[in-house]
Design a binder for this molecule. Structure first.
Ligand SMILES: CC(C)(COP(=O)(O)OP(=O)(O)OC[C@H]1O[C@@H](n2cnc3c(N)ncnc32)[C@H](O)[C@@H]1OP(=O)(O)O)[C@@H](O)C(=O)NCCC(=O)NCCS
Length: 157
């Protein structure tokens, strides 16, 4: 899939079912489904949160191929969710979405971005390392009281 054939934009409430399903299938796989439609709708409606979608224009924006969700506080931001559909991976899409969210954070005066990732998600940890995130701590039983998380962070300034 050509990277040029998708566009980035903010999510609307109508996107919540697709994003919740992507979260369940790509991020929360094997865990309880936390990010269901109402939870995603709350994030889309929240003034502190940016929900970014990558869409295929050829499908009039109906086909969401990736998304990223970042919550902004005063000086720190938290990357809550990030996923790309399997057929669109390794084309630089996650890198582009993360750069967009980081730039927004930078403009807002954010100094540091934090995230948690499943320890066994080696591919995602490599991706974040490549984008300048450093492992800060390991949090046993973070997910559903069973699975370890790695907390990673990147200083913006
Ligand atoms: C992790 C994820 C978001 C990466 O998306 P992507 O669009 O494929 O990533 P990019 O193409 O922007 O990758 C940029 C660079 O990161 C590194 N990278 C990305 N995925 C990687 C993987 N699985 N293994 C090793 N390195 C990886 C590579 O260096 C890559 O550059 P290259 O392809 O030129 O080698 C995607 O694999 C995904 O959706 N996974 C399932 C959901 C998930 O784990 N989300 C993260 C936790 S919330």
């Amino acid at each position: 899939m050509e990277l040029a054939s998708r566009e980035l934009g903010l999510a609307t409430r109508q996107d919540a079912p697709a994003l919740a399903t992507m979260s369940r299938d790509y991020i929360e796989r094997g865990l309880g489904w936390r990010w269901r439609v109402p939870a995603i709708e709350n994030l889309i409606a929240s003034p502190d949160t940016v929900v970014l979608c990558a869409r295929l224009p050829a499908t009039h924006g109906k086909d969401i191929v990736g998304f990223g969700i970042m919550q902004y506080a005063l000086e720190e931001a938290h990357l809550i969710l990030l996923a790309v559909r399997p057929r669109m991976r390794r084309c630089g899409l996650a890198r582009e979405m993360l750069a967009w969210l980081e730039k927004t954070a930078d403009v807002a005066g954010i100094k540091k971005i934090e995230l948690e990732v499943r320890e066994r998600n080696v591919g995602a940890r490599k991706f974040y390392r490549k984008q300048g995130y450093k492992s800060r701590s390991s949090i046993p039983r973070y997910y559903d009281g069973i699975e370890t998380a790695v907390r990673m962070a990147k200083k913006l300034r």
